[in-house]
Each structure stands twice: as structure tokens, then as C-alpha cells.
Design a protein around this ligand. Sequence first.
Ligand SMILES: [Zn+2]
Length: 688
Amino acid sequence: MRWAQLTLVENDPGHYDPKFWLDYFRRVHADAACLSAGGCVAYYPSKVPFHYRSAWMDKSDPFGDLLAGCRSLGMVAIARTDPHAAHQDVYENHPDWIVVDAEGRPRRHWADPEFWVTCALGPYNFEFMTQVHQEIMKLYKPDGIFSNRWSGSGMCYCVHCQRNFKAAYGMELPRTNDPRDPQRRNYILWRQQRLFELWRLWDSEIRKISSDARFIPNTGGGALSELDMKTIGELADTLFADRQARRGLMPPWANGKNGKEYRAALGRKPIVGIFSVGLEEPYRWKDSVQSEAEIRIWVADGIANGLRPWFTKFAGTLRDRRWLNVVEDIYGWSYRSERYLRNEEPLARVAMVYSQQTATFYGGEHARPKVEDHALGFYHALIESRIPFEMVHDRLLDPTHIDRFKVLILPNIAALSDEQCDQLRQYLRRGGAIVATFETSLYDEWGVPRKDFGLADVFGARYNDRIEGPMQNSYLTVEKDAATGKHHPILFGLEDAERIINGVFRVDVEPIKNVRSPPLTLIPSYPDLPMEEVFPRVPHTDIPGLYVHESGKSRVVYFPWDIDRTFWEVMCVDHGKLLRNAVDWATNEEKTVTVAGPGVLDVTVWRQKNSMTVHLVNLTNPMMMKGPFREVVPVGEQRVHLQLPTGQKAQKVQLLVSGQVPRTRTAGDSIEVTVPSIGVHEVVAIDL
Ligand SMILES: [Zn+2]
């Protein structure tokens, strides 16, 4: 439930105080540890040839000593290896173990020119590192081996990569990054096969020596991650999300997003969130320490989203001790609240689909703006709307994975196979609902354009073979229903607006059937300068800016424009309202949880064995969209309205962070809990 990682630096042995660390692990109730063992630098007396031993360890065994210490505390302890770099003697004796760049030159390490970068797909990993892992297992029998930077550091043109790729696909290695180039496409597939092969090899060698132990690679993530999460979910019994802190324009909910993305593939298996107590900016500063408020918000959002916390500290010698009490405090709370943090399942009824194939084959080098920005925009709209939600992997659209959700959101999931489109159609037939945007299903699973949407029948819209944009100064008319004279519920809160701003890109589509009265219609772009000329040339059209359909319990909303991506870029309030209303309308059932009150909160809802919890993470902060938080800004009273499982009664209600017993009111199967105020995090815990 609580992990500790001490990543030793080479000169730690003899200089740092292992007793201090073991005492700290005990004090914070850490029940698992990850300890530096080998790879670039060995911290035990390794006998594997070319396995470089720390020049400072002399005859000592820093890894073995720490491992024994953790064991005496009853902790789970795993060994860390890092195979991504090697010393000069490796280069001289095994030049074929080193990465070769596109010009045929062996590649020195980008940060430390004493080192060479190793090829992940050749004998360095498959043979040498296998021996290292076997040796660590034989000597120490740790509970597992965690490998950092095991999957390579960019493209490699070494003899092994050339030969093995040719043997597999009969081709030379790719020279372009275009995922539609057959060489590149096959390379993407081959590299994954090769890495999964390596994972299986190391895992089986580890299990031969200790059947309960596992190989645990540092891998996984969302749409932009490289290895297929469906396969990862099948291979891994546990996994660690290595997103140590935020950087640049990253909101604090990004840590919770990791939890959702990993859970989509791993289900109920334990997922751990690695957080750094230091900064995570491109300039590194590995010896730094974050502000207390920043550490707290990042970890709280992870815990609220089902991540088990794992602190990582580089170097055993402390140069800044300010983080120690913060982590001790968070972990102490986690220890005392553990019963309510052992989640059985999330109770969210909404899920957002993410698609690695869309990012890889449709997005390619532009996956961030073309794919991920759509997801981020929709994600942020759901946070602002306080809608608890999960994420779903697009290769797991079977009933077991999606039928517990009432609504699936497809934020520009452009690349979908015929089979995936059919799975979505069947989901609708079973009473599900879909909210989709922009080019969803306009490409097949390889990113090859289709003549029309794979889901044209679902959207009720046909593709007119044109994407328009970037559009300047385009709008949408807010329409009343021609028959009833009323606004569609998706326009709630926009009734007084005659028109709202459009997105930046739109898909030119037309209705398959006659659309009686679209809720939004297009006002095409018109000049935005000179000011004298800023008036609409076409003041009104009947071109729908929104498609809504209803059939039985199932509902479909399709936005033929980039509302989610534009929301991420421009954050227009009206777009946020439209996204919230679209999800609410599609949900079409009583909500599991609503939270009313001021501020921006990440809301999650969980079921444990004999209880349920609602996590409220207070993101309200002037530094919310760019860290780090300077201080915690508490928000005032929140009223949490929660549906209890049918036939269950609330036996006891607590606020796990403040420790208060809140005011409650029950009515039938629901309960209303008043939370007086939230600092960083509050958890409403209800014993059933
Ligand atoms: Zn290679």
C-alpha cells in the first residue's frame, strides 16, 4: 500500500547512512521498497563479466544490506536494475551491444559522455542483463525485479536490429517516422514484439528461481505510451505508473489520469504511482525538493484515483530534508485509513476511451495535438463538471470491460477497426450511450482514411470529404426546437446566448436522414479584420453543429468539430458547459454522486468490502494549470449527495482527513453529507 524507493548514486556506499533510511521506512509505515541493485552500476558484489560495480562499495554489499534491513521490517522488497547505459569496457569488448545512430555511429550517452547507450533489443538485454537478473535472484531472492529504462532510448541501427528486423519482416530498418510507411509500421510492431519477448524471458527466468517473484518493467501509460496496454494488462500482476511530478502546463489531475489509464488495462490488480519529492522539469535538478503543497496535491490526486503511493528519492545522502515530514504525514494518514483505501471497484458510470492505435497510426509525430489534446480537454471538462469517470482501452471494448458504464466518451478516437465499431454498436444496443467528437472512426485501425465514418450510422452523419480549419471567427447558432419552441437539454445554461463560438477545426458532414431541428447550427467564418468588415456574410445556416439521437435507453451525441481540443486550448466556458451537458444528457439516469459547492474538485467514488468512499481533491489554486502549488487554498462547504447500493444502509459516516463526524441526511437509498471545508483532500467514508 505504501512504497519507498531509494535510488542510490554511485558514491553513496560508505557515505550514506542505511540505518537512517530503514528507520525512515519504518516510521512512515512503508510496506514495500524498491532498492538499487544493478545494470549501469551494481551495488552488490556481482560476478557477471562487465557488470560494473560501484567504485565506492569496496567489499561491502549495499543492496544486500538494505534488502536484509527491509526484510527485518517485514517489507516486500524488490531489486531495481537500469540497463540503458554501459561503461567504456563494454563498448570496447562488445561494441555490438551499443546503440548505432542513423549515420552508423555508436551513440554516447546524452547526459554523461563517460557512458554509452545500450541497444535494448539485442544481446545486451537478452543475454547480459538476463545473467544479471539471474544472479540477483539467486543471491538475494527479492520479491521481484523492477527495470528502469529497459525498453531503449530511441531508434537503433545496430547489426542485431538490422538482422533481426530483416529476418522478421524482410525489410531494412525504417528511415522515416511516418507510421504509414510500411517499414515504420512494421518496425513499431516488431519493436513491441521484441520487448514483450524480453519481458517474458526475464519474467520466466526470475520465476524459475523464485516462483512468487515477478519481472516488473517500467512501462505503460495512456494513448501516447508505446507498448500495447492490453498485452501489458495480461502480462503484469502489478505495475508502477512512473509519472513523478508535473511539468510545464500539466494540471494536478494528471496523476489521477495515470491511475485511470493503468486501471483500464490492469483492472483490480494493484497499481502504484511513483512520485518524486523533487522537480520533474526538463532540466532535471534531481537533487531538488518540491514545495509541500505540490507534493501533497500530486499524491492526493493519485490516491483518490486508486494509485498506491511510492515515493522516490535519488541519492542516499540528503541535501534538503524538507520533504521527510510531508511524506511521513501523508503515509501515516494512509496507514491509519488503509481499510478505506483498499478499493474493490470504482463506481463511476462514465468512461473515456483512449486509443494507442489512434495516437500511433493516426497521430504519428503529431499525436499530442491531434490525439492527446482532445482527451485532455474532455478530461478537464469532466473534472470541472465533478463527474466521476474511468478510462477504457479501445482494444478492451467487450461487455466485461464496458457494460458497467452508462456512457462511453470517444474524444477524437479517429482510428477504429470495423470490429471495434461493431463492439460500440452492440454496446448501444445493450442500452449504452456514446459521446463522440471530430474524426472519431474516420480511419481504420492502421490510420488509413476511410471514405466515411465507421460509425456513420451511429452518428447519423456522412463525411463530405473535407476537414475545414484552422477556422477564424466561426460561430454556432443556439437553436430552439422548431416544434416545441424549447432548447435541447444539451444547451442548458446557454439559452440566453443567441450564438456561441465554434471550434477551430470542423469535419464537413451532412445528415444521413433529415434532421428536424439541430440544436446548434454553423455560422461560417467571416473576416475578423479590418474591424469595419467584421459582420457575418452568412448569418444563419441549417448545417448541424451537433448531432443528437435517442433510441430506447441509448443516446448518442456527436460533435462534428474539435470541441474538446479547442476547450483544452481556449478553455471557453460555453464549450465546458456543452461537454458537461452532453455527458449528463447521455447518462440519462440518476447520478451515483453529485457534489455541490465552490471550487474545482476531482471527485472519485469507490466501493470497498464493507464501505464506500467519495474522494474530494481540492484543485482550486492559482497554480492549478501550472505548478508548483505555493500554498493550499481551502474551499468551503460541499454537499455530497450519494446513492447507496440497493438495500444497504449507512452504518457510520466519517471524514477521513479532518477526522470530523459530518452532518448527514438520509432519504431512501441516498445520503447527503455536508463537508464543512477541504484543504488538499477529503474522503467521505461510509460503512455499510
Ligand atoms: Zn540495436
